[in-house]
Design a protein around this ligand. Structure first.
Ligand code: C2O
Ligand code: CU
Ligand code: CU
Length: 478
């Protein structure tokens, strides 16, 4: 993939010097106009969570909708996405989970200047991996994500996968007031130091869920993406046996989830295959029971009364083709450790921290509540963030993440997918790669990746409050 990165980088250079483009253009093997061009305008809008007759909620949108438009890209084909900022504050777009050149990663200060109000920025990359990804801001992240800025990004496989329907549920959690508006009070210290801003309304693709209409006998690929600020989910499909075929966009060995529960922390994606084996006319709940005692029915699978589409489940294999991820060389790996610290009930306040590095996040009413290896980096990303560690390009990094807090943390790495090796000493099966790994309180996770992509990369908790309040760091690939 190294070549792709270079290729994209130099094309970017070419754009900058567009006036002298003749030579560069003649080097292009195919039609220059073949580059996939997209436009995204960020700006305020209105959402109808309860359909056309319900109340409208003031939100922030990509191209006028919540969630933003589903971007469908093609694996290995370059795309150029121009983002125009119609907000009154800086923004950026981060292409979550896509392995792309560092300059396209969307972290303000660290990888690009923020997009000013009225300004624009053109992102260019060639997605190396097929799968389910998403995009969101990386500036004023808690507020911008919390006001609705998120959209699905699907990279299509080169050969179509055999299913009857390919569906996507982008899940968002909102904290709404009684009159249906987004509650203020972002970044309060209670949210920041505990479980984050968990809301009171969950939407699927921007609407309070109605039934998912299905036909008996059909096979559905359902792409689940949790774009919530803080809400963790564990979905059970009553009377069905979903098969997990990809996690965080990366195909894994197909398997049924443990206890039938599909755990989705913020920023995680899981692709499942569902063979619809219920009876025509029947209805089955989809239950989210992540939080003890707070289970609720998220949606219902509702079968059409018509006869089954086929008598037996489709016998095409459910497995997806693997992506071209570089294989870690564990025998020669460089070991690094990340220790998560802080939060309420984690031994009181941040204790015994050496170099507290409150990078001054105006508007956060508490500052740091969390730390990684004794250091708190708060906010969204800044110029000059000192890397926690540096890796030689091409080296395998064996990364241990140790959660010393009393809280759950979906730890997300930019620019790479992690081969997840073990959880609390037990091997993780199914050859799973993830860009977001959920750590339960006290969990220890071991994973590995090849540092093949140069730049300064973020590693942070994707509970937005936790990230803003210090659970973030940076590492460098030289
Ligand atoms: Cu989806 Cu740095 O995040
Ligand atoms: Cu990311
Ligand atoms: Cu966290």
């Amino acid at each position: 993939m190294k070549h792709d990165f270079h290729y994209t980088m130099s094309r970017r250079g070419f754009l900058v010097v567009a006036a002298g483009a003749a030579v560069s253009a003649s080097l292009r093997p195919t039609r220059a106009s073949a580059v996939d061009e997209r436009q995204i305008k960020v700006g305020p809008g209105q959402a109808l969570f309860n359909g056309a007759n319900g109340a409208s909620t003031a939100v922030w949108t990509y191209n006028g909708t919540v969630p933003g438009p589903a971007l469908r890209l093609r694996q290995g084909e370059p795309v150029r996405i121009t983002v125009e900022n119609g907000l009154d504050e800086d923004t950026t777009v981060h292409w979550h989970g896509i392995r792309l050149p560092n300059a396209m990663d969307g972290v303000p200060g660290l990888t690009q200047p923020p997009i000013k109000p009225g300004g624009s920025f053109t992102y260019e990359f060639t997605p190396p991996d097929a799968g389910t990804f998403w995009y969101h801001p990386h500036a004023d992240s808690l507020v911008q994500l919390g006001r609705g800025l998120a959209g699905p990004l699907i990279v299509e496989e080169r050969e179509p996968v055999v299913v009857d329907r390919d569906l996507l549920w982008l899940l968002q959690d909102w904290r709404l007031t009684a009159d249906g508006q987004i509650a203020g009070g972002f970044g309060g210290m209670m949210d920041a130091s505990m479980s984050g801003r968990v809301g009171n309304v969950v939407t699927i693709n921007g609407e309070v869920p109605a039934d998912l209409g299905v036909r008996a006998g059909e096979r559905v690929r359902l792409r689940l993406a949790n774009a919530s600020l803080a809400r963790m989910m564990a979905l059970r499909f009553e009377a069905h046996r979903p098969v997990v075929v990809a996690v965080d966009g990366q195909p894994c060995d197909p398997h049924e989830p443990e206890n039938g529960r599909i755990v989705l922390a913020p920023a995680m994606r899981v692709d499942i295959v569902l063979d619809m084996q219920g009876d025509p006319g029947s209805r089955h709940a989809v239950i989210d029971d992540f939080y003890d005692g707070l289970a609720y029915t998220l949606a219902n699978v509702a079968y059409d009364k018509g006869p089954p589409l086929r008598a037996h489940p489709l016998d095409a294999p459910v497995g997806l083709p693997r992506n071209p991820l570089p294989a870690p060389d564990l025998a020669r790996a460089v070991r690094q450790e990340i220790v998560l610290q802080g939060g309420m009930m984690g031994g009181g306040k941040l204790k015994g921290l050496g170099g507290m590095m409150g990078m001054g996040m105006p508007g956060m009413n508490g500052g740091a509540a969390w730390a990684i290896n004794g250091m708190s980096m708060t906010g969204d990303g800044h110029a000059g963030m000192a890397p926690q560690f540096a890796l030689e390009r091409g080296a395998t990094c064996h990364l241990t993440m140790r959660n010393e807090t009393a809280w759950w943390h979906p730890m997300h790495v930019h620019g790479f997918s992690l081969s997840v090796l073990s959880r609390n000493g037990a091997p993780v099966p199914h050859r799973q790669w993830q860009d977001t790994v959920l750590l339960a309180p006290r969990d220890v996770i071991e994973c590995a990746f090849v540092a093949d992509n140069p730049g300064d990369w973020m590693l942070h908790c994707h509970v937005a409050d936790h990230q803003m309040a210090g659970l973030m760091t940076v590492f460098r690939v030289k």
